[in-house]
Design a protein around this ligand. Structure first.
Ligand code: ADP
Ligand code: ADP
Length: 226
């Protein structure tokens, strides 16, 4: 069963820029799909349309069985991890992780259990009462992951989540994201311009060029094509 379905999806920005054209894609249950392509090819526009942060100009996007074109971001069964982490500076790590659940009226005991479990998985236990400014870049990135995990969404969306980390941390976080995804079995759509990151993470790669799908295949098929 497809977890994210895009049918003839396009985006025309005000002024007439056609950033994305006629994208057809099924991200299947538990699959890790990475969107790659040169700067300006429409990766982030596509992801933001799935997230509900950008209006869909043409076509249809479904998450699970539901067409989400007209749904607010919070009504879509997804959680997004941003490049700049988008943490609330005045809230502790614990509050940042719980915030999305409080909005959804999840019982307090359930929120606490989910935050504790995510903190264990991400080794954030000792930092739960700190504010984001008192964390390293890698720790902030984990909090952003934790906030997505506690939602238990049908799909994770990642927008260049490792781009602000130094090279060494990027490599280790790459491994951790993959491990977490396998363990949680969550469907993921991940945007990066980093070829190594794409090859390490992807079950399937989607290469965008000029707003259109140019190639779809496994990392081996895409990067070692004869
Ligand atoms: P094949 O014809 O052997 O399936 P392709 O290169 O056409 O090989 O496709 C490789 C994989 O990618 C297949 O699983 C195919 O279903 C999938 N695929 C191809 N194009 C798309 C697309 N636009 N959207 C989603 N999946 C695609
Ligand atoms: P990528 O993420 O691959 O770098 P983007 O999705 O950011 O690409 O951009 C795709 C195209 O859409 C580019 O030509 C970009 O200039 C244009 N674009 C992006 N955002 C806007 C916007 N808000 N208004 C007009 N054009 C935009």
């Amino acid at each position: 069963m497809a977890q994210i379905t895009l049918k003839g999806v396009g985006k025309t920005y005000a002024g007439g820029v056609q950033a994305v054209s006629d994208v057809n894609l099924d991200v299947i249950d538990r699959e890790f799909v990475v969107l790659v392509g040169p700067s300006g090819c429409g990766k982030s526009t596509l992801l933001r349309m799935v997230a509900g942060l950008e209006e869909i100009s043409q076509g249809e996007i479904a998450i699970g069985p539901r067409v989400v074109n007209r749904l607010e971001p919070a009504e879509r069964d997804i959680a997004m991890v941003f490049q700049n982490y988008a943490l609330y500076p005045h809230m502790s790590v614990r509050e940042n992780m719980a915030y999305g659940l409080k909005n959804r009226k999840t019982p307090k005991s359930e929120i606490e259990a989910r935050v504790a479990q995510a903190a264990r998985m991400l080794e954030l236990g000792p930092y739960l009462d700190r504010k984001p400014r008192a964390l390293s870049g890698g720790q902030r990135q984990r909090v952003a992951m934790g906030r997505a995990i506690v939602r238990q969404p049908a799909a994770f969306l990642f927008d260049e989540p490792l781009s602000n980390l130094d090279a060494k941390l990027r490599v280790s976080m790459r491994g951790e994201i993959r491990k977490l995804q396998r363990r949680l079995g969550t469907t993921s759509l991940y945007v990066t311009h980093d070829q190594l990151e794409a090859m390490t993470l992807a079950d399937r790669l989607v290469v965008l060029n000029g707003g259109q799908i140019e190639q779809v295949g496994s990392p081996l098929e895409v990067y070692h094509a004869p």
